[in-house]
Design a protein around this ligand. Structure first.
Ligand code: PLZ
Length: 464
């Protein structure tokens, strides 16, 4: 490293590279001319079915900064949708990946295995909040992890039915589309969908009757399950401990424990889909730890491998071993390069205390977001946990928040952030939630700069 001042451990370039300064800097409009030219090429060659939130073409990324092909430096409050929790180009990830690429890139674990796969499973087994002995299996994407969790649950219970929730997001494959709640853009015109998937009401404190407890919301869901599915038909209940795409919805305390208890009493597996919440994002390694919930199976992806595609299911050993040998797998599942990246990312998560970092981000951001809410009643709700935070934008009536979603307001805020060089994402069943998922290694000054941009955007987009 050539810098004299000690660099923050959050971002360090590979040997011989200039560090990417952790500052926002615009040198053209956003997107700039080179990005616009690439977007032209892209529109001619890439299916319209694949969209982009912000068509700025990235050339390099480090820490929490993206540098585009025009030389603009943007602050990344999306982390590639909760993937680079350890920061872009995390040195431990880069080093292990480079070494692994040179050693070998693929054999297929189902043909001739390798240690990296085993080491990742050992780490997952150690980390996952599963009761008793645990085992794991590796795949490529979150959707695939969810598919496999359902396969395992069906095998382990001998039952078919899968229970999911309003606002759920579990993926884009046929089964996981059926499990995902939102029609546009995920499901419209893509059916028929897989059968035996049933939807129960979620705990959504901002929209539920005032004062409804988590236990009451769980009873509401359980009534639906028992009357419309039948307790003895349920193979698994699959839930995101904090819902992601559906709007960063954190259920009321008591909701998850009550559902998990119902599963235990009724012989169904409780599956925590921690694809978005996992790996320190919410201030715990896994979000369900917060209430001491012990799932039977946990699905993981995204944050586990610092940007390489890796996913898995980790769960009770008896359930994981219920499947016949050869029943689970896939050509690339647990690819050695992705496993090497995961070993680097997991090491960084522990060494850099990223759960602590997520809580510090929550403290810093929530204070600012609440101050903004006091000035703009259109911010109906400030919520989330750790570095998985959101504002829900609603219409106002006589200067007071209503429950009417204001998707246009959320889009206007997001667009203003983009133009100023801050990458923000929207989400939510009603498209009116602005969500924040910075790399957990983001430096405080950079986060403050992003919050200044957000503040300006909110103040101009929403009425006082
Ligand atoms: N489960 C909880 O959040 C992926 C989707 C982005 P894959 N979320 C981002 C998009 O529009 O496709 C996700 C998730 C939860 C499962 C998944 C699916 O993970 O790796 O995208 O398949």
């Amino acid at each position: 490293m050539t810098t004299t001042a000690p660099r923050p451990q959050t971002a360090a370039p590979a040997a011989g590279r200039e560090p990417l300064e952790q500052v926002r800097r615009l040198v053209t409009e956003v997107p700039g001319p080179r990005s616009r030219a690439l977007q032209e090429r892209r529109l001619a060659a890439v299916s319209k079915g694949v969209g982009s939130t912000l068509p700025v073409f990235v050339e390099r990324a480090e820490g929490a900064v993206l540098r585009d092909v025009d030389g603009n430096q943007l602050i990344d409050l999306g982390a590639g949708i909760a993937v680079v929790n350890v920061g872009h180009a995390q040195p431990r990830v880069v080093e292990r990946v480079q070494q692994q690429v040179a050693d070998f890139t693929h054999t297929c674990f189902m043909v001739t295995p390798y240690e990296e796969y085993v080491a990742v499973c050992e780490a997952l087994v150690r980390l996952a909040p599963v009761e008793g002995p645990a085992k794991a299996a590796l795949f490529n994407t979150g959707s695939e992890a969810v598919e496999n969790a359902v396969k395992i649950a069906r095998h382990a219970t001998g039952r078919d039915a899968v229970v999911v929730f309003d606002h759920a997001y579990h993926g884009r494959t046929n089964l996981t589309m059926a499990m995902t709640a939102k029609a546009m853009p995920y499901k419209k015109g893509f059916g028929p969908f897989a059968g035996e998937v049933y939807r129960a009401p979620m705990s959504y404190p901002f929209r539920d009757p005032e004062g409804m407890t988590g236990e009451q919301a769980a009873q509401r869901a359980i009534r639906v399950i028992e009357s419309q599915v039948g307790a003895d038909q349920v193979a698994c209940v699959v839930i995101e401990p904090v819902q992601g795409e559906g709007g960063f919805i954190e259920p009321a305390p008591g909701f998850l424990p009550a559902l998990a208890a119902w599963c235990r009493e009724n012989g169904a597996l409780f599956v925590a889909d921690e694809v978005q919440t996992g790996f320190a994002r919410t201030g715990d390694v896994f979000a369900c730890e917060r209430e001491g919930v012990r799932p039977d199976l946990v699905t993981i992806a995204k944050g586990v491998a610092g940007g390489l595609p890796l996913a898995g299911v980790v769960g009770r050993a008896d359930a994981m071993d219920a499947v016949h040998s050869g029943g689970l797998g896939g050509t690339y599942g647990g690819n050695p390069v992705a496993c090497a990246a995961a070993l680097g990312a997991l090491e960084a998560m522990a060494d850099l205390d990223l759960t602590g970092a997520a809580l510090a981000i929550q403290e810093r951001m929530t204070a600012r977001l609440r101050a903004l809410q006091a000035q703009r009643p259109g911010i109906g709700d400030v919520r989330g946990r750790g570095a998985m935070l959101a504002i829900e934008v609603v219409r106002t009536d006589g200067g007071a928040a209503t429950l009417e979603p204001d998707a246009a307001g959320a889009a206007a805020i997001s667009a203003a952030c983009h133009a100023a060089g801050v990458v923000t994402l929207t989400c939510g069943t009603f498209g009116n939630v602005l969500r924040f998922l910075p790399p957990l290694t983001i430096e405080p000054a950079l986060l403050d700069d992003a919050l200044d941009v957000l503040e300006t955007a909110v103040l101009s987009a929403l009425a006082g």
